[in-house]
Structure formats: C-alpha cells, structure tokens
Design a protein around this ligand. Structure first.
Ligand SMILES: [Zn+2]
Length: 452
C-alpha cells in the first residue's frame, strides 16, 4: 500500500515499514514529493474531507450555512480558499459555550471512540480540549520529525513532559521503537534529567524550554559538572514553546548537542527543523497552509512568504480544523530544502495580537529579544511587553534579572539604550527579579504581552 492513499497508515506514522536506519527519511516518497504532486494530493484530501466535516462538525456546518457554502461548491483548492469561511478560537469558544460542547463543535467522531483528550497549553487563555484517536496527525508528524533529526530504533530519549496536548500519547517515536524516559517538565527536575541522560546514555532530549535550559546550565555550574561530559551521549535536543533565541541555541550547542526547534500550527500539526536549521518543516500531506495579510485579514496569494497562518488539518479523522486562523505570524519558504524535503518551512515570528504599535512601528516580542539577552543580568530573555493601549508613544518592558538589585537601574538604562538604538522607538524598562516572571509560566514559557 502506498502511504499516499490512506489517511491512517497504521502504527508507523506514515511509512509502510520502518526504514533502514541509514535513511534520512522516514517516508521518502511523501517527504520529497514534488510540490505540484503535493498540491494534487491536498486537493484529493480536501475533496474527501468536505462532506465529512460538513456532516459531522456542528461548527463547520454553522459557519458554512451562514456563508451560503455547501460541500458541492468545493471542487478545487481554489474553491476551498475563496469560498470556505475561516474559523478562529473565538468561534470555537462561542460554540462550546452556546452548545455546552467541550470540543467546540469540532469533533467529527463519536466521543466514545476517542483514546485521549489533551489540551492546549493555555498560555493566553483557558486551555482548549484536544481530542485524539489512537492514530492522529500529531503522532504521525512526530514519528517523521524524530526520525528526521536522527533518532533511531532502540535509542533512549529523555522526555521532560507536560501533560497537556495528550502527554506521552502523541509520541510518534514509540512507533519505531525509541525508548522514552519520562521526567516532569520543571526546573526542579533538572537533577533527574541530568542523571537520566547519563544513566541511560540517552541520545536525545525532547522537549526543552528556556527555563529548563537555564536550569541545566546553572545546575552544571553549581555542581562543577562539564555539560560536554554530561551530554556526551546526546546528539540532539528539541526546543519548543516559544521562539528560540540565538543565545539559547548557542548555550545548548556549547554542550555539544545539536538543538532543533519545533512548534505546531494550530495545535494540531507539529513542525520541526531539519539539520539545515532553515525553518521548520510543516508536513503538507497532513495540513494545508494559507496566509492572511496580518493588517487587513485578506487572503494572500499561494506564493506569499509572510503572513498570519491559516491551517486545515486535511488528514485528521477526529477533528474538523478547517481554515483555522491561528493568530500566528510566520515567514514561509516553499523552495526545496537542502535536506531534500519539499514540504514548506515555517519561521514563526510571534502572535498577531502580541504586536504593539509604538510611535508608528509594529513591534513583536521577537523584535526586542536580542537587546534583552545582550545584557548579562538579563541574558535569560525573561521579559514582557506591558501594553497600556494598542498604540503607544513609548515601548514599556518588564525584564527579569538574575543580578543584584542595586544593578537594576543601570541594567534598565542599558536595555533602553539598546532598544532605542535598534528599533528607533522610545523605551521604558522596569527590571524585576527573574523569579517574579518565572512564577507566571505554565511552566515552559511566560506570557510575553500583558496589559498594564
Ligand atoms: Zn529540510
């Protein structure tokens, strides 16, 4: 059976059989599919999908009926892009509230068929339930991702885990015999993480966040451990949760470990860097990606390279994530990657609503990251934009410091100077102890934009 023909290819996450360990590809025929064929594949998936989601998803039916669209109207990707209404988190929340449906009208299978209910991380609001069948796109995508970064059967991977998103259940590397070692995702667990890596000669870490990386760095210093020795068996570590800063990447690489950034689009489809580190591959046999103009919300042409991501989960048997407006701004590259894969590469820039306009400039958290990290006391990159109103004359930042309190005024002045020089906007910085900001985390990241 070709893996092009079925939405669920059994427990191997897309490949018909586990490939030879020397192959860089988990499923070469899919991962290197020429883009024209990939588009035809997506078109077939959408044709298969529209009747099912219209029939089974209450929210889809409601939105389409309001827009006067029926499945019969959708005969191509062009029809799909121009006729099907977009949905967003507010639509899902509203449906959940009105209909007392925990899945917000997205579930397309009977609830008793579900294997796991996970949730989103809830950084910016109440967590949203995520329904999973035994076979699901997150699991298929993760199998491919883990293979892509070099994890192979029988290897041990230390997995600092959080329970949201379905916990270990979405771990596609189990499908090819990778052996996970679970620990809690908490800076308090750093000694256990270090011990597990050494005891089991782990070859990988999945998944690290900035609080964990800083915790490991400090623990190694306090125990006079050389991270290169601690992580000698470890080839790769995966980072996720928020944008990866240059300082965090180089810190992990100083341990002799290659760091791979991962994220997800719309909480359903995982994205992961390959060894080229030129953006994260989004598997387009699992998801259709579209871009909107961040300022106007208008649909951008198919070859656009920057915008707000709209995603459709085209292979998910359980959830009708149909033209879901993610609120995430990204740049995308559809050129064939040097790794040989043809699937689009995504570089997230931040949340659309996290943008603030200061003195006429649109500023995202990523715009100030470098200036904060450049100061030694604030190199952990713990900061928040404090938004008094959507447009401001001055950029207000709250920044966490690991240094002594008497240096706070000088640190504030230094960051203000750097930001004004880099961005050309006035800036006012409040420096607070790191701990005050870390307490706000869920715990792998902190809210980057808060209201005054
Ligand atoms: Zn690549």
């Amino acid at each position: 059976m070709s893996s092009l023909q079925a939405p669920a290819n059994g427990a191997t996450g897309g490949a018909d059989v586990v490939p030879d360990s020397g192959s860089p590809f988990w499923d070469e025929s899919i991962e290197t599919l020429p883009r024209q064929e990939l588009r035809r594949f997506q078109e077939r998936r959408i044709a298969d999908m529209v009747s099912r989601v219209y029939e089974m998803s209450g929210l889809v039916r409601e939105k389409w009926q309001a827009a006067g669209v029926t499945p019969a109207d959708i005969t191509s990707i062009d029809d799909y892009r121009t006729l099907v209404p977009v949905m967003d988190q507010d639509d899902i929340r509203s449906y959940r509230h009105r209909r007392q449906d925990p899945f917000g009208g997205l579930l397309t299978r009977p609830a008793e068929e579900l294997t796991v209910v996970g949730t989103t991380s809830g950084t910016t609001g109440r967590p949203t339930p995520l329904p999973y069948l035994d076979q699901n796109p997150t699991r298929w995508g993760q199998a491919r991702d883990m293979w892509m970064i070099g994890v192979r059967p029988g290897e041990h991977v230390v997995r600092p885990l959080f329970v949201f998103r379905g916990g270990h259940f979405a771990d596609g590397s189990l499908d090819f015999g990778c052996v996970p070692i679970y620990v809690d995702h908490s800076p308090l667990e750093v000694p256990s993480i270090v011990e597990a890596v050494q005891r089991f000669q782990a070859t990988g870490l999945f998944l690290l966040s900035a609080p964990l990386i800083n915790g490991i760095d400090e623990y190694c210093r306090s125990q006079a451990l050389d991270p290169r020795t601690v992580f000698a068996s470890c080839r790769s570590a995966v980072f996720g949760g928020e944008p990866l800063s240059d300082r965090t990447r180089s810190l992990v690489e100083s341990w002799g470990v290659e760091l791979f950034e991962m994220s997800s689009v719309g909480d359903i489809c995982p994205t992961m860097e390959c060894s080229e580190h030129q953006g994260m591959h989004l598997w387009e046999d699992l998801a259709l990606l579209e871009l909107l103009d961040p300022a106007t919300g208008e649909l951008l042409p198919e070859d656009a390279t920057h915008g707000e991501m709209v995603v459709t989960s085209i292979s998910d048997p359980a959830t009708a994530l149909v033209r879901f407006r993610t609120g995430d701004i990204a740049t995308v590259d559809r050129g064939t990657c040097r790794c040989g894969r043809t699937h689009v590469r995504v570089k997230p820039m931040g949340r659309a609503k996290d943008g603030v306009v200061v003195a006429g400039r649109h500023i995202l958290p990523i715009s100030v990251w470098g200036a904060v990290e450049a100061c030694r006391d604030t190199e952990r990159g713990l900061f928040q934009i404090v938004r008094a109103s959507p447009t401001m004359d001055e950029l207000n930042l709250r920044v966490g410091s690991s240094g002594p309190e008497e240096r706070f005024p000088a640190v504030a002045a230094e960051i203000e100077r750097r930001i004004t020089a880099e961005l050309g906007v006035p800036c006012a910085v409040e420096v607070v102890p790191d701990e005050r900001l870390l307490r706000l985390g869920p715990p792998h990241k902190i809210p980057r934009v808060v209201h005054a």
